[in-house]
Structures are given as C-alpha cells and as structure tokens.
Design a protein around this ligand. Structure first.
Ligand SMILES: Cc1cc2nc3c(=O)[nH]c(=O)nc-3n(C[C@H](O)[C@H](O)[C@H](O)COP(=O)(O)OP(=O)(O)OC[C@H]3O[C@@H](n4cnc5c(N)ncnc54)[C@H](O)[C@@H]3O)c2cc1C
Ligand code: SF4
Length: 538
C-alpha cells in the first residue's frame, strides 16, 4: 500500500502530525494521503500517562477543541508538593515549572481516542492492531516505509493455519512516533548514527494505578506530587496523585532508571508508597480499577538525537522531548508532530519524488517554544546525581538565580551502566501485599487487561540466552525479576539447573527491560499486532 506519509504510532505526537498534515492539505487544496499504524488493539489501548495536560499545543492545533467535545473535563484547582518521611508529610513551595494553572487532569488514552476521531474526520486512515515490525529501505539506503508484522506464526516459528503475512506500507516520508524508546527508532539510531555526539537518553519507569475512591475524600482538580519516602535520597523519583472526574484518582510512582541498587523494585516502591498514612487515608474504602506501567524519557535537550534521515524523521517521545521538571511531555510531543507536519508538507509539495531528508524540521523546531522550554530546564534532572538534597539545591539556584541561563550543560550516563554489583548493595525487603491497598504483580497485571497469543514467537529476545544465568544472576542478583513491573522474568529451577523463564504474555510494553538490563542482552521487538495491554482510560 502506498501513501504520501506513513506514521508509526497513534499517540499524541503521531495523531497531531497526522491532523496537521491533513489540515494543511485541506487548506491548500491538495490531497496528501496519510495513514497511521498502531500496535494497540485500538487507539489509546497502549497509552499510559499521568496526566496533567498543558493545553498549549492543543490550542494551536484545534482551537475549538471545547466545542468539538475534547475530553478535558477537570481543570486543575489545587497544586501541592509534599516531602514525605515514613510517617509525615511536609508541604514544600511548588517550583514554577510545577504550577498547573490553566492545565487539565485528563486520561491521555481518552484524549488520543478523541484525537483519532478528529484525524479520521480529516481523512487520515488509522490501522489499529498492526505493529510496525520492520523498517523498509530503498536501494540507496533511504527509508521507504515499514512492514507490519506477520500474524499467525507459532512459538516455534512455523506458520499456523491463521497465518497472514505482514503488509508493506510505502511512503514518501515515514514518521516515527513510537513513544519512549521506540523499537524501530532504536534500529534507526544505529543505521543512521543518529545519537552521535549527544548524551545517552536516560529514563524513568512510571507505575500507575487508577482508583475509584470514597466521594467524601475526592477533591476533583487536586494535583499532589511527592518526593522523599519510600526512596532513599540517592534514588531519583517521586509520586503523582491526580483527582480526576467521577471520583477517580490517578496515582503513580516514577523511579529514575539510573538507580544503582539491583535489589530495588519500582513496582514494590509504588506499593510501599501507598502505605504512607497520608496516601493510605485517601485510598481506604476505595477500589483499584486499573494498573499499568510505561517508561518515560528524562534526558532532555542534551539527549535529543539527530531528528531526520533520508525518507523519514522522529517526533514525540521516541526522540525525547519530555520536560522532566514539569513531568510533562504531551504538549512538546504534539508540538514536535505539528512542526514536523509543516516541514514535511512543504518538502512534499510540488516534489513528486520521495525519500529525501526533511532537514529543516530541526531548525523549525529549534525556533519554537519547545526548544526554549527544554533549554531552560536542561540541567535540573542531571543535577540529581548529587542526590535529592544536592539536586534540590542546584534546581533552586538554576531556576531562581540563573533562570535557566547557566553557561554550562550537565551530562548524562546510560542508565543500565549505573547498576552496581549485588555484592556492593544492601538487599531491600519489601512488605507483603495486603490485598486492599497493596497488591502483587499477578493481580496487578490482570487489571492491565494484557493479552498476547501464547503460541507466537517470544517478543523479548535474548541476544545471548546464557547471560541471565551466567552473568545477571551471580553478579547482579537477577535484577530483571524486579525491574519488570509485570513479572515477565522469573528465575526457575525445575531440578535440572536454573534458567530464566520469560512469561511474555504478561508484558505491558513499558520497555524497561530493554533499557535497564545491565548487560543490554534483552531486545524488545513488537509482538503480533493488537497484543499487549488494553488500557481503558490510562
Ligand atoms: C507515568 C507517566 C506519567 C506521565 N505524566 C504526564 C503528565 O502528567 N503530563 C504530560 O504532559 N505528560 C506526561 N507523561 C509523558 C507523556 O505521556 C508522553 O510525553 C506522551 O505520551 C508522548 O507521546 P508520544 O506520542 O510521543 O508517545 P506515546 O504516547 O507513547 O504513543 C506512542 C504510540 O505508538 C504506538 N507504537 C509504538 N511502537 C509502535 C510500532 N512499532 N508499531 C505500531 N505502533 C507503535 C504505541 O502503542 C503508542 O500508542 C507521562 C508519562 C508517563 C509514563
Ligand atoms: S517484559 Fe519488559 S517491556 Fe514487558 S512489562 Fe516487563 S519490563 Fe516492561
């Protein structure tokens, strides 16, 4: 199938790109064909975010979003930053980046569903349930599209009766909007050396639950962030607690993946966080209705790769435009898509050929508020290498005294390389789940509605199958059992020696294993299209 533009991923960045392309096409009376492939079973099924939305890009893209019925129903009314110790909570002044006046508490999944409708109304073709599994190149080495994965291949690699070969989607420009740590994007990094001269990308993992709480305790519009307990002061992270509509509470915990202790379990830190008296009070009498996890970018400006290559470009979190001090990436992801759309439209207009590099996309983006916003906060996240207190002190100086104009740039290291040997670290004992406020992984994954046909090739590929037992277990205490928030990795011993069991059907597509595996031995590839979580409104 041939299109002018193929977009990989129906998240906010991919959808904003598609909408802007078709808007331009309508305005100028041309008929640019645009399609999106989405690996989730429907638009929004794989979307997990906080989320407080800064509506700046949405205002620019669809200024009449209110009349069109966009699901932005909860303006932020109250903003709190708390420092937790084991038994107490102290209110801190809210730094300017975390002020949320004019912002909305939303379900990003629902916003994407709505954006998907707007895109379809403009003539965009969306193919949910299809994973882009392979990048296609022409003879000159330029990207010429993608191929979706084959369906109906068995665990043994043999074709089943239901076999359907993947489809080639060819385009004059292919836009990668895969979100944080895209599986095709990482192959493009290598092929076109896009990360040359920039810092490694760094990440956090966000574990999120959706609760329905006692109406008497619900404060629609309230936003709470916490730092401190249960993390020690050398581990970066904190929580978010957002009071949505309908007595719902979005509660989540983010841990920087540069943590050193391989015994740390982000999932269990989240469970422990909920036992803090201040948080427990809110949840008691309520009911957990959904669970999920997703990695997010924390590298900022100094980790942004080269954005273009012959035949395509990167938008949104797959490139890494998240503003960490704001804990927001949706507005920047959307804006990058809109700017990319304008650059691509101009490049394709009147140019019958394809596969050229839209080089001016980067300059156009650098000329927008996105770049200035990221430039100003670029030193805050890396300053937390000096621990919580060092980072907060530096953050205060950078924000209030230097106002983001420091003449230096602090740098990042790859997260996986910072994990210490197990012998150098203390074992962390986590409390047992109580089944009302805290839970185990299996009952949590159940609420992610994750579905993978079991008779399909494992989509978590080990480059060397011996490494988990030969290296990871003795040297790092098998950290994959803990950093995976879905219990996919288990060391088992059935009498014939230890081996790593991969319960791939539990995977919620957070990408943490591909990022944090100390030996970089795990390669996350797309499973059959439509597999993975089915988040209703995360
Ligand atoms: C826990 C957490 C809390 C956050 N809180 C906030 C917040 O409060 N406010 C805020 O503004 N931002 C927040 N963010 C960040 C925000 O969610 C992201 O910046 C934003 O979602 C990025 O949009 P995107 O379109 O680039 O990627 P995504 O939203 O990740 O969308 C990517 C889409 O591409 C699809 N896809 C990926 N690979 C393929 C493939 N190969 N083939 C087909 N489809 C594919 C995915 O299924 C997905 O639907 C948070 C993130 C997390 C994880
Ligand atoms: S297997 Fe990897 S991508 Fe899947 S849930 Fe576990 S850590 Fe995340």
């Amino acid at each position: 199938m041939e299109f002018d533009v193929v977009i990989v991923g129906a998240g906010p960045s991919g959808l904003a790109t598609a909408i802007r392309l078709r808007q331009l096409s309508e305005e100028k009376g041309t008929d640019l064909s645009v399609c999106i492939v989405e690996k989730g079973s429907e638009v929004g099924a794989h979307i997990l975010s906080g989320a407080v939305l800064e509506p700046r890009s949405l205002n620019e893209l669809l200024p009449d979003w209110k009349e069109r019925g966009a699901p932005l129903n909860t303006p932020v009314t109250d903003d709190r930053l708390l420092f937790l110790t084991r038994g107490s909570a102290m209110r801190l002044p809210t730094p300017p980046q975390m002020h949320n006046e004019g912002n909305y508490i939303i379900s990003l999944g629902n916003l994407c569903r709505w954006l998907g409708e707007q895109a379809e109304n403009l003539g965009v073709e969306i193919f949910p349930g299809f994973a882009a599994a392979e990048v296609l190149y022409d003879d000159g080495g330029a990207v010429r599209g993608i191929a979706t994965g084959d369906m109906g291949v068995g665990l043994d690699g043999e074709h089943k009766a239901s076999f359907e070969p993947g489809v080639e989607l060819l385009a004059r420009q292919t836009i990668f909007a895969e979100g944080c740590h895209g599986s095709l994007t990482k192959t493009l990094f290598e092929r076109f050396d896009l990360r040359k001269g920039v810092d490694p990308q760094t990440y956090g993992i966000g574990i999120k639950e959706l609760w329905e709480i006692d109406p008497a305790k619900h404060k629609q519009g309230q936003v709470i962030h916490t730092i401190g307990w249960p993390l020690d002061s050398s581990t970066y992270g904190g929580s978010f607690v957002y009071h949505l509509e309908d007595n719902q509470l979005a509660i989540g915990f983010v841990v920087g993946l540069d943590y050193e202790n391989p015994y740390l379990s982000p999932f269990d830190e989240m469970q422990r966080f909920k036992t803090h008296p201040r948080i427990r009070r809110m949840l008691e009498g309520g009911r957990r209705i959904s669970y999920g996890a997703r990695a997010l970018n924390e590298g900022g400006l100094q980790s942004i790769p080269k954005l273009t290559f012959p035949g395509g470009l990167l938008v949104g979190d797959t490139a890494g435009f998240l503003n960490v001090p704001k804990i927001k990436g949706t507005h920047t992801a959307m804006k990058s898509g809109m700017v990319a759309a304008e650059a691509v439209y101009d490049a394709l207009a009147g140019d019958a050929g394809g596969a050229r590099e839209v080089e001016d996309y980067r300059q156009r983006l650098e000329d927008t508020w996105v770049w200035e916003e990221l430039r100003r906060v670029r030193n805050i996240r890396p300053s937390f290498r000096w621990g919580l207190w060092g980072g907060m002190l530096y953050g205060g100086i950078d924000t209030y005294l230097l106002r983001g104009h420091a003449p230096w740039t602090l740098h990042h290291h790859a997260d996986y390389a910072l994990t210490k040997k197990a012998s150098e670290c203390r074992v962390i004992e986590y409390p047992k789940p109580d089944g009302t406020i805290t839970f185990d992984k299996p009952s949590s994954v159940y609420l992610a509605n994750t579905v993978h046909e079991e008779d399909q090739p494992v989509h978590l590929r080990l480059k060397d199958p011996d490494v988990p037992i030969r290296v990871n277990l003795p040297e790092y205490g098998a950290p994959e059992e803990r950093f995976c928030p879905a219990g996919v990795y288990e060391i088992v011993d059935e009498g014939d020696g230890k081996r790593l069991q991969i319960n791939a059907q539990n995977c919620v597509h957070c990408k943490t294993c591909d990022i944090k595996d100390t030996t970089q031995n795990i390669d996350w590839v797309t499973p059959e299209g439509g597999s993975g979580p089915n988040y209703p409104n995360m």
